[in-house]
Write a protein that binds this ligand. Sequence first.
Ligand code: PLP
Length: 402
Amino acid sequence: MNYSSGRHFLQIPGPTNVPERILRAIDHPTIDHRSAQFAHLARECLDGLKAIFKTQQPIVIYPASGTGAWEAALVNTLSPGDAVLMYETGHFAATWRKLAEALGLKAQFAADDWRNGVRAEAIEAALAADSGHAIKAVCVVHNETSTGVTSDIAAVRRAIDRTAHPALLMVDTISSLASIDYQADQWGVDVTVAGSQKGLMLPPGLSFNAISEKALAASKSARLPKSYWRWSEMLESNKNGFFPYTPATNLLYGLREAISMLQEEGLEQVFKRHARHAEATRRAVRAWGLELWARNESEYSNSLTAVLMPQGHDERTLRSTVLEKFDMSLGSGLGQIAGRVFRIGHLGHFNDLMLCGTLAGVEMGFAAANIPHHAGGAQSAMSYLVGQQSAQSNKARSTRAA
Ligand SMILES: *Cc1c(COP(=O)(O)O)cnc(C)c1O
């Protein structure tokens, strides 16, 4: 291994850069998870998360990756042979489907070409055709991390409501929570699935279910086998700030710090920052003369950007060049778009100069790997960021003057 000085740029769309404050918070002695001190920590985490999910309802925390929370959502609410309606937004939707089928569920998969979000009309049509109510849940990915496309969950909710179909709504927010506005209660989501290592800025290792009353009611009669993932014991223990098994204590220290940081910046400000960095990135992509993978402007993701490589050039060459020469990790093309698409993560603990470094690294990578492009993408992003900054400070000045 060659020595690399300076900081590695971890610009994959998760795991994301973990801020010093969170690393320092995790770096404390592990405490007795049956102690009053632990219960206090757990309560702060469980209560603090509610504002981030925008829910008044219970949230459970698993010592697991996001995949565990996918499984938990299904096994707690469904029975063997139940039908679930899923939508092919990309690799993660396809992987959740595989998991559902492995559990013995019948997945009805609305096919699409991975370049747009969930079409609410397709959900509405499938539910309208299901007059016997065989479909027990609609499962969709809010921000499809393989494609850089964000779906309109409120529109999915309205589509379900128009059919008056009783199916539960389950949403994967693993790469949107705390980066892109998400409203569990307002949008009538029954189970929200989330993870620690993306917008929440933590290392991998925690995942979450936010649970509606309707989902809780469904869990009373759900017959899929479960033990580790069972909500009832978790919720019972959580009432007093405890867990039915050993929690990831040190990650909870980190979670408490992450919640504080998000509160200090303000969640709406966090969303604005992500939107601004995403727009700057898209301007860079256009200036390079390359194509965004996402088709519809209204669905562009604010947490990552997926870029189509020029014809005849493999993203793997670009990524290995960027890693070798500039010590930056970029996201790969996943599943059926491997080789064709690379992804720039711009979520979590991130600021203007980190973005400029990231985009400069991509642009230098194009040049170093002889990939056809126009120079000046990073410059376009910089101009946009400076324009935005001065627009903001002018506004602040005129507000002060008034
Ligand atoms: C990262 C991600 C996952 C997978 O989560 P793991 O923590 O790797 O299990 C699932 N869905 C989406 C949308 C993701 O971004």
